[in-house]
Design a protein around this ligand. Structure first.
Ligand SMILES: *Cc1c(COP(=O)(O)O)cnc(C)c1O
Length: 385
C-alpha cells in the first residue's frame, strides 16, 4: 500500500513530543507553562490585555456576555455564512441570534454587506480570518465603531500575521485565538486552550469581574489521547478511538459532558505546547508560503480548479481550499483518494457541487508538511480518471 498523503492537523517537532512526555511523567502537575506563555503573549500583543483560557469559544462567550450586559436590548450577532458550526451554536447558547452575512471569493465576510444587516437590534459582529487569510478588519472596525456595534476580531485560526503593523486578534473590542487542531498554534482538541484579547479598555474591568478567579483546567490526558488517535494518526486509530470514546461515555456518570464548560484557565500541558508552537511559528509560516506558491503555480494550468484564497505570491494559509467548478467535490475527492491523497470536505454545505456561489464546490487539499513534488503530483492527479 502506498503511503497516504493527508491534511496535517498539527506540525509538531521533537520539542512538542518531549513536553507531552514531561507532562505525563509528572501527572500534569508541571508548573510554569502558563506564566511563560502569558509573558510571551503580553510581548506579542502589547496593546491588548491577554487572558489565557481553555478555548477560543470561552473568549467569544465572555465577550458576548459583557456586550449584552452593556446593551441588553440588542440580540443579533453578525457572522459570515461560511464559518465553523461551533460559532453560531455558541451564539444561540448565549441566548442571542446569529445573522449571516455573505462571503467573498477569499472565503472571508464581505464587509460591504455588513452595514445593510445592522439595525437597532445588532449587538456585535464576529469577523474571522478564514484559514489565516486576513479579512478587511481595519475597515470593519471603523464602520462598526461609528454605528455602535461591538466587534470581535476572531483570530481563532491565525497567529503571527499582522495587518497595518498590528497582530490579528488585536482589532475591535475583543479578539480571540484558539489552540485547537488545524489552527496556526495547535496543542490538541476539545478545549485545548485559547486566548481572549481585551482591546477596548472600557471593557477590562467589567470582564475581570465577570471572569473572577478562573479554576485550573483538569483532565487533559483523555482529550490528548483522543487527539492523537482521531486527528494526528487517523485511519484505523480513528476506529479504535471511536470505540474507546463510547466505552468512556458509558462509564461516565455525567452523560452529556461538555468539554468547553466550565470556562477554566489553560492547562500547563497546553500552555507548554503553545509556547513550543510559537517558537517554530516563523519557520512554519515561511514553509507554508512556499507550498502555497507551489500550488498556485501548478493550478495556473487548470481552468476548472481555483485556488480561492490565494491572491498574492506571499500568502500564509493554514489550510488549502480549492473550488472545483465542473467536477463535484465528492467526485474529485474519490478520484484523489484512489491516488492515495486524502482530502477533507469543508464547513457547512460548502462541498456541495459548484452552483456559481463562493460557498460551493469547495474541497480541502493536504498542505502542511508536504514536499513541493507531492503538491505537483496532487494537482496532476486531478486529471487521472
Ligand atoms: C476553531 C474556531 C473557533 C473555536 O475555537 P475553540 O478553541 O475550539 O473554541 C472559533 N472561531 C473560528 C473562526 C474557529 O475557526
Amino acid at each position: 500500500m502506498k503511503n497516504k498523503i493527508k491534511p496535517e492537523v498539527a506540525c509538531w517537532e521533537g520539542k512538542e513530543w518531549l513536553l507531552i512526555a514531561k507532562n505525563i511523567l509528572c501527572f500534569s502537575t508541571c508548573q510554569g507553562g502558563e506564566v511563560k506563555l502569558q509573558a510571551q503573549l503580553d510581548k506579542l500583543y502589547p496593546e491588548s490585555k491577554v487572558i489565557l483560557l481553555n478555548s477560543a469559544r470561552a473568549g467569544l462567550a465572555l465577550s458576548l456576555q459583557i456586550f449584552n450586559q452593556n446593551k441588553p436590548l440588542r440580540k443579533e450577532v453578525i457572522i459570515p455564512e461560511y464559518i465553523c458550526e461551533s460559532v453560531p451554536n455558541l451564539i444561540k447558547e448565549c441566548g442571542l441570534l446569529p445573522v449571516y452575512a455573505p462571503i467573498k471569493q477569499d472565503l472571508n465576510i464581505d464587509i460591504n454587506r455588513i452595514y445593510g444587516l445592522c439595525s437597532d437590534n445588532t449587538l456585535a459582529a464576529i469577523i474571522p480570518h478564514m484559514y489565516a487569510k486576513p479579512a478587511e478588519i481595519v475597515q470593519a472596525a471603523v464602520m462598526l465603531k461609528n454605528i455602535g456595534v461591538y466587534l470581535i476580531d476572531d483570530a481563532a485560526q491565525v497567529a503571527g500575521v499582522n495587518v497595518d503593523g498590528k497582530p490579528l486578534g488585536s482589532f475591535g473590542d475583543t479578539g480571540v485565538l484558539s489552540f485547537a487542531q488545524a489552527k496556526t498554534i495547535v496543542t490538541g482538541v476539545r478545549a485545548s486552550g485559547g486566548v481572549l484579547f481585551v482591546n477596548n479598555k472600557e471593557l477590562t474591568s467589567g470582564l475581570s469581574l465577570l471572569i473572577g478567579d478562573l479554576q485550573p483546567s483538569v483532565g487533559r490526558i483523555m482529550p490528548l489521547i483522543h487527539f492523537m488517535l482521531s486527528y494526528k494518526i487517523q485511519g484505523i486509530a480513528k476506529t479504535l478511538d471511536y470505540y474507546l470514546q463510547r466505552i468512556i461515555f458509558k462509564l461516565k456518570q455525567n452523560k452529556d459532558k461538555n468539554y468547553y464548560f466550565p470556562i477554566t484557565k489553560i492547562s500547563n500541558l497546553d500552555a507548554d505546547l503553545a509556547l513550543a508552537q510559537f517558537s517554530s511559528l516563523k519557520k512554519r509560516i515561511a514553509q507554508s508560503k512556499l507550498l502555497i506558491k507551489c500550488y498556485r503555480d501548478a493550478l495556473l494550468r487548470e481552468e476548472d480548479y481555483m485556488p480561492v484564497q490565494v491572491d498574492s505570491d506571499d500568502l500564509y494559509l493554514t489550510r488549502f481550499i480549492i473550488q472545483s467548478q465542473k467536477t463535484s467535490p465528492k467526485e474529485l475527492s474519490a478520484r484523489l483518494s484512489e491516488q492515495g491523497v486524502v482530502t477533507k470536505f469543508v464547513y457547512g454545505n460548502g462541498s456541495k457541487p459548484y452552483d456559481g456561489t463562493f460557498s460551493s464546490g469547495l474541497l480541502e487539499l493536504p498542505l502542511q508538511s508536504l514536499s513541493e513534488q507531492q503538491i505537483i503530483n496532487i494537482v496532476k492527479s486531478f486529471r487521472v480518471t
